[in-house]
Each structure stands twice: as C-alpha cells, then as structure tokens.
Ligand binder design. Structure first.
Ligand SMILES: Nc1ncnc2c1ncn2[C@@H]1O[C@H](COP(=O)(O)OP(=O)(O)OP(=O)(O)O)[C@@H](O)[C@H]1O
Ligand SMILES: [Mg+2]
Length: 861
C-alpha cells in the first residue's frame, strides 16, 4: 500500500478522491499533523514550498558563477593566448586582473543580496499550521506535504491542499481561472473521475479565502502545485518593466557597437602588422575595455542601497529591481479607503427609506455584519462597534459571501417566523434585487418613484461625503439549508446606513508632494463617485474627470486608452476594470504604480510597473506587491520615489561615464592603432586601465544626487544616451588626438613612452570627468560629490601617475615619462574638463528644449 500511494503522490491526480485515511498514509501524516522531524524528512524529499524556482546558491557556488560571465571568459581566453605565445608575465597579470575584479564583484553582490534578503524576512507571509500537535505560525516557504493548516478569510492558500473540514468556505480562484466570483468549497469526497480543477474539496496555491474557515492537509508544494506548473511554463517572471526594457536596449546597442569595432580592429591590425596573436590580444583587451562590465554590480549596489534607505523610512522593497521603476513612475493609481482616508470609519446614521432614524435598519445591518464570516472590513467593524444589539433568537443558517462584482453580502438567519435573508451592500446593487419596499413598517411594491426617492436620499448622503450601504431582506417561504446568490431576489428595501470615512491628516500634504514630483494621482475605487469626489475635495486633489465601471464596460480598448489620461476618479470599479485601466495607462507609455490592500487590487498590483501594498493588507495583495509600506502613508511613498530617482541618477552616471569618456578613450586607442607603427597601448595596459577605471567608478552608488534632479520622474531614454554619446564622445577623441600629436612630435616618443604617457592621460581624463558628468549644474561649487567617490577617483589618478616609476610599472612595460610631460598633462586635463563643462551646459539647454517639444507634440498616445 505504502509504495502505491507514494506513486499516487507523483501522479497526484487522485488526492481529491482518496478517503481521508488513505490520504494521511499517502502523505505520511495523520490527524495530528506532522512533527518537526517528519516535516524535515518531507522537506528533504519534496523541497521548499517556493515557486520562484530560484535555488539559493551557497557562497562558493555564487563565487564560481562569476566565472560564467562572458567577459571573464574572454579574459581567461586572453590569458591562454598569452601562455601559448610564452608571455608568462602577461598571463599572470591577466589572471590577477580576473581575480581582483571577480572578488570585488562577488563581495559587493554577496553583501547586497544578504542585506536584501534580511529586509524581506520582515514581511514573509505566515501560515497557521499544526506541528508537534500544536498550532503554530510558520513562514509559508517551510510548509511540506502532509502539514495540517487552518484557513480563514483573507488568507492566501499557501500550497495545494485537500480540505478536511470547511464552514461557509469560499475562495477566490481568479489567479488561476480568471473567474472573479467566489467559489464554494467543502470537504465532501469527490467521485472518481472528477477533474482536479473542479474538485470542491481541493484548494490551490495562489488563490485566497474570501469567507469562512477550513482545515486542510497539504498535498503538494512549490513547483509541483497547479500554480507552480503555470509559473514554470509561462509566468516565470512578471511582465518586463520599463527599466528592464531600457537596459536591454542599451546592452544590445553597446554589444553591437563593441563587436563590430573589435572585429574591424582585429582584421586591420592582423593584416598590416602581421602579428596575429598580438592583434587578437589587443582586440580582446579593447572589447573588455569598452564594455561597461561594472553595470550589473553598480545596479545591484544602487538598488540595495535604495532598498535599505527605504526600509529606514518605513517601506520594505521585496524586489530591488522595482526601485528603479519607482523613480520612473509618473502615474500612481490607488484605492481610496485606507490610502487617502484614515480607515477609521464610524457609523453615522441608520435611516429608513423615508430618511428617518430606524432601529430595525441598525439591527438588520448588525445581524449581517455579525454573522458573516468573510473578511470583516471597516464598514462591518463600524456597524458592530456602534452599539451592542440583542440578537435574541436569531441563529445563523448560511451566508452568501461578498464579492466585488455583486458588491453585496448576505446572511440567512432563523428567526421567529422562519428563515430570513438579510443583504447589505452598495445601494445600486442592492436596489437591483428589490421588488418591494418597507415604509413606516408597511411593505408595498417598489415603484419608480420610490426608487427615485431612495436614490435621492443616497446621493445626498454621498455628496456630503458619507459612505452609504443599503439594507434589504426577504422572508423565505420554504426553509433551505443552503443559499446562493440566486436567492438574492424579490427582496424588500429597508433603509440605509451611512458612515463617515475622514481623509488622512497627511493626505493633503502627500497629494501636494506627489504633484510637485511630477506624479499624477488617480483613484480607482469600488466606491461611489460622489463620495470619492468629496474626498478629493477635502484632500485638495483636482478632479479632471470621472468615469464609472459601467461606462468602462461599454468601451473598447481603443476608446478607453484615449480617455484614461483625462480621468482622475474611476468609481464603482470591479477588479477586472481596475486592471483594464491600469494596463491602458501602461500602454499609453506611462510608468504606472498601483497601490491597494484588497483581494480586488491584487491582479493590478501584480501587473503594475510598481506594485505597492501595505502591511495590514490581505496576504494575496502583499504577495503580489513589489513594495510594502509599513505605515499606510503616502508620504512614505513619496520618499520611496525620491530614493528611486537617486538610484536612477547614480546608475545613469555610470552609464554616461562608460559610454562617453571610457568608450571615447577606447575608441581613440582603436583608431590610433590603424595608423601608428606600434600598438598605442599594450593589451595588458588596456586591461589595467580598465581595472583602475572600474575601481574608481565602484563608489558611484555612494554619490550624492542634486536636489534639482529629483523633481521629475526619471524615464529610461535611449535617445538621450545616444545624443549624449555623440556630443561628448568626440570631445574626448579631440583631446586624445592632441595628446597624440604632442607625444609624437614634441616629445618624439618611442612606443614605450607613448604607451606610458597615453595610459596616464587616459586614466586621468577618464576618471576625473565624473565630477563634471555627475551633475547638471556647476560641479563642486553647487553640487558636491560623495567623499568616497572623491577619494577613489583621486587615489586612482595618483596610482596611474606613480605606477610608471615603480617595479610593477616595469612589468606592465611602462617607462619613466619626463617631468615636463606632467605639466602638459595638467594643462590637457584642465582644458578637457572645462570644455566638457561648457558642452554640458549647451547640451542640457538644448536637450530640455527637445524634451519640451516632445511634450508639446499633440497626441503622443
Ligand atoms: N462589508 C461590506 N458589506 C456590504 N457591502 C460592502 C462591504 N464592503 C464593501 N461593500 C460595498 O462594495 C463596494 C466596493 O467595496 P470597496 O469599497 O472595499 O472597494 P475598493 O475597490 O476596495 O475601494 P476602496 O478600497 O477604494 O474603498 C463598497 O463601496 C460598498 O458599497
Ligand atoms: Mg479597497
């Protein structure tokens, strides 16, 4: 039997049809759950409950992984050639360079990754599980097949599991099926032959609990779950973000350029100088010298630094990559309740349909809120907190849980005269299921005039900023044991309950801050238009336009895309509509953030460029988010945006440096090789040059960022980078060729002196230029670099100047340059810096004009 059921685990198709006892033995578990020891055995067999598919590698493995880097491989190749031609010193130097850069990169990254992992620990979703006979909270990654878990409303289902007991248990399976309505689940054994996907007694990882409670036994974890299978095949990663896309384009541009140039250099040199191996080494070194190989390290350092800075301000970044997007975000979509308002909702009035205070309305709302087992939101809490009610003989029979499309929740109780169905929900949706109305204790048919009158009452409340729910009921003629949404019909409208939901103290300030930072705020709410408008008025958010869920339903994609930009409030939205709006904005070229806390927000949080949630959100929203705010305060968000822009700025500095100064220099080396009788720089000198340059740049992530840079969203702009290269690349080359001329004709340099002198000049111009490029304003005077960046740059310049006079310098083939050269060098460097500074002024003036023109271009979407 034992082996048979083990095979059952592998095939796994029959978990929903096995009798409980067989299920226990198949999963080597029991009604008491697992012990810690058994769980460990299971973990060894089935692995961790992790669908990311990323294995955490040991430090050693991570270190070894560095050697799979193509650049490192090229260098190893170069070392091999050196050994073949008998240049042992050369080989030793190349290998040292490899080791130094690999070790440097490894430590920086290892540190960064550990810091990031530490942050994530703070927000790991927990599951309540029975281990060693006790109920415990453990991280969901530690769950194994055979574990017994308890589930309640708002929980994310942490793995695939078979239900053991269930009460009023409804789940949302939209992440698997796209179906937004609640699905009822129970413990009943399923007939053999019923497909797993339709099994009532089975729940799936990635779905979440809407209402009720259940106990379940975990059958499958991690990648063997149904969700894991999809994750493996298609949604391995969320869609590519704007930044990633830009980065890819950039890398592609660079590699195309470098590749063609290096091939050309190789052939020209090999043909005319006839030393094929030297030419090969030279070209390989050039390739290494041109590639901005530190980019990945700079990126991850920048991002971790940003993530840590944000954690001190109260936001946990789950995916460091999203920090960059934070800096680029120009539209923020958010829900209303709890984000703009305080979530300290209080019940204000309980009115009958005539607008008078009614105790019955209060009692019926109370019964509804008290008995339903769905996630009690703040509206329910406000009703229950208002005043204690005497529930008398009312007993709960069943419930029909809330969903974001019906926008109602119902309970069925047994009272003095049989079963009573009580429904409360959004007034529009509640009115739709009523056919009669109770007025002063008398029930009559609901006429159009009644509807009009009740709607008027509701709108008046909304306009004053009160959130409003309607309450209706139905006395059942035949008692049923199970009720469903189909029973919500022919009901009697009873009255309205209204709530006050005051805006946050901080909201006004946050709205201003976001606007000043160039971020447009849009509200996507399930609530009513008039209330939302009132909230906007209170927090000082200008409303450009309003669109309701129903209107969106009638629009095709094209129409929606055309109008979304002009809308501030999207009211009465279903989760699917929220997602449509968010995606239309993305398609229009915006970098979109989406912030929310409910099951209904989860799909959009997942697909937004930046998904944001808060600590007290439901699990599934938090699981879908990139960033989680520990305090639900938009000001924290604003800090995050600034942090993202800083990260962006420092990443850009490295890229601009790499593409203009470093690239320019290497370009000149390549060019010079065409008409000099000797190599302008020896391969090992190029590699050393590259290493020193890298070290000086590795401190860029610590650099300060100008205040003035932080005011607008930062978008990746490949056109900008191209323009930058064409403006600054040539300046670098001009100075290189002046140096050239001076060396050849004034100093009458031979090969060794030429190489030495050019090496020094190259390092000096290449590294010092950071002080000009790192800011758009006047360097030092108006914008100070970080101490570390200043130190690393100056130390590298000093090393380059001193090196030729040392023993190590001789190894690299350097000779002593005359003192007069240093005077010329100083002049050249200063001239170069001034010229670049002037060009920069001109460039940014022209560029900002260019941007304005681009903005003015009509209808860019
Ligand atoms: N507990 C409840 N009982 C009955 N109806 C409810 C309940 N909660 C919400 N509703 C109705 O459903 C509507 C949508 O719900 P909700 O406001 O939570 O949506 P949302 O999209 O998350 O919007 P926001 O978070 O901005 O308020 C509410 O406006 C209300 O009419
Ligand atoms: Mg909400």
């Amino acid at each position: 039997m034992g082996t048979d059921s083990k095979n059952g685990i592998q095939s796994g198709a029959n978990f929903h049809t096995l009798p409980i006892e067989d299920l226990y033995s198949a999963l080597t578990s029991s009604a008491e759950g697992l012990t810690t020891g058994e769980a460990e055995t299971q973990r060894l067999q089935y692995g961790r409950n992790d669908i990311s598919g990323k294995k955490k590698h040991s430090a050693l493995l991570q270190f070894l992984e560095q050697f799979t880097n193509p650049l490192v491989l090229i260098l190893l190749f170069a070392a091999l050639i050196s050994i073949t031609v008998g240049e042992v010193t050369n080989a030793v130097i190349i290998i040292s360079i490899i080791l130094i850069s690999v070790v440097l990169d490894f430590f920086q990254r290892y540190k960064a990754e550990n810091a990031a992992a530490l942050l994530i620990k703070k927000i790991i979703t927990q599951a309540s599980v029975q281990r060693d006979g006790e109920e415990q909270e453990i991280p969901i990654g530690d769950l194994v097949p055979g574990d017994l878990i308890s589930l309640t409303a708002g929980d994310m289902i942490p793995a695939d599991a078979r239900l053991l007991t269930a009460r009023d248990f409804f789940v949302n399976e939209s992440s698997l099926t796209g179906e937004p309505y609640p699905v009822s689940k129970s413990e009943t054994l399923q007939d053999p032959g019923k497909p797993l996907a339709q099994a009532d007694n089975y729940v799936f990882l990635g779905t979440s609990v809407i209402s009720g409670t259940a106990r379940a036994i975990i059958t499958k974890t991690g990648l063997s779950t149904e969700y894991g299978k999809i994750a493996k095949t298609l949604v391995e990663r969320p869609p590519e973000t704007d930044f990633e896309h830009g980065l890819k384009q950039f890398s592609y541009l660079m590699s195309k350029f470098v590749f063609s140039l290096v091939i050309l250099v190789f052939f020209v040199n090999a043909l005319f100088k006839q030393d094929i191996l030297q030419s090969l080494l030279f070209s390989v070194a050039l390739a290494v010298g041109m590639t901005p190989e530190l980019l990945p390290m700079i990126l991850s350092l920048n991002m971790t630094k940003g993530a840590i800075a944000m954690s001190t301000k109260g936001a946990i970044v789950k995916h460091p990559e999203s920090i960059q997007n934070f800096g680029s975000m120009d539209v923020l979509c958010t829900d209303k309740t709890g984000t703009l308002t305080d979530n300290k909702i209080a019940l204000m009035k309980h009115l009958d349909t005539g607008g008078n205070d009614s105790e019955k309305v209060l009692l019926f709302s109370y019964i509804n809120s008290y008995f339903h087992t769905g996630l009690k939101n703040t509206l329910d809490e406000a009703i229950i907190a208002f005043q204690p009610e005497d529930l008398g003989t009312y007993r709960k029979i069943d419930e029909i849980p809330f969903d974001f499309i019906r926008r109602r929740t119902s309970v069925v109780v047994s009272g003095a005269s049989g079963h009573l169905l009580i429904t409360k929900g959004a007034p529009e949706e509640t009115m739709a299921i009523c056919t009669s109305v109770e007025k002063n204790g008398i029930v009559t048919r609901l006429t159009d005039a009644d509807r009009e009158q009740i709607l008027g009452l509701y709108n008046n409340q909304s306009r004053e900023g009160f959130r409003t729910l309607a309450v209706c009921y139905r006395t059942m003629t035949v008692d049923q044991s199970r009720y469903s949404a189909g029973d919500e019909q022919e009901m009697t409208m009873l009255g309205l309950v209204t709530f006050i939901d005051p805006p946050k103290e901080s909201a006004k300030e946050s709205v201003k801050l976001l606007a000043a930072s160039g971020i447009e705020l849009k509200i996507l709410t399930g609530d009513d238009e008039l209330v939302t408008q009132k909230t906007c008025e209170l927090i000082g958010l200008a409303v450009k336009g309003v669109l309701s869920g129903n209107q969106i339903e009638d629009m095709d994609q094209e129409t929606l895309s055309r109008v979304v930009g002009n809308i501030t409030i999207f009211s009465r939205m279903t989760p699917v509509q929220k997602n449509r709006v968010m995606n239309s904005l993305k398609r229009n070229g915006h970098v979109v953030g989406f912030m929310g806390d409910g099951i209904n927000d989860a799909p959009s949080i997942r697909e937004a460029d930046v998904g944001i949630s808060v600590e007290n959100a439901v699990d599934i929203a938090k699981e879908s988010a990139d960033i989680i705010l520990l305090k639900n305060d938009l000001r924290v968000l604003h800090e995050g945006v600034l942090e993202g822009r800083k990260t962006f700025s420092n990443t850009m500095k490295y890229i601009l440096m790499g593409t203009s100064s470093n690239f320019g220099n290497m370009f000149s080396v390549a060019g010079a090789s065409f008409f000099l009788g000797f190599l302008p720089m020896l391969p090992i000198q190029i590699l050393l040059n590259n290493l020193l340059y890298d070290i000086s740049e590795s401190t860029i992530p610590t650099d300060n960022v100008d205040e003035s840079y932080l005011g607008t969203p930062k978008k990746w702009d490949i056109e900008f980078i191209k323009k930058f290269i064409f403006a600054f690349g040539p300046i670098s080359s001009i100075f290189d060729f002046i140096t050239f001329f001076i060396l050849l004709f004034i100093f009458k340099a031979d090969a060794a002196l030429f190489q030495t002198a050019w090496f020094i000049e190259s390092i000096c111009t290449q590294t010092l230029i950071i002080f000009v490029i790192r800011t758009r304003i006047v360097p030092f005077y108006k914008s100070r670099p970080s101490m570390l960046l200043l130190a690393s740059t100056l130390v590298i310049v000093a090393i380059a100047c001193i090196l030729p006079f040392t023993v190590i310098g001789t190894l690299f083939g350097f000779v002593h340059p005359p003192v007069s050269f240093f005077a010329v060098l100083a002049g050249l460097v200063i001239g170069y810096l001034i010229l670049v500074e002037l060009t920069k002024k001109w460039f940014y003036r022209r560029y900002s004009l260019f941007i304005e023109r681009k903005r003015e271009m009509p209808n860019s979407h």
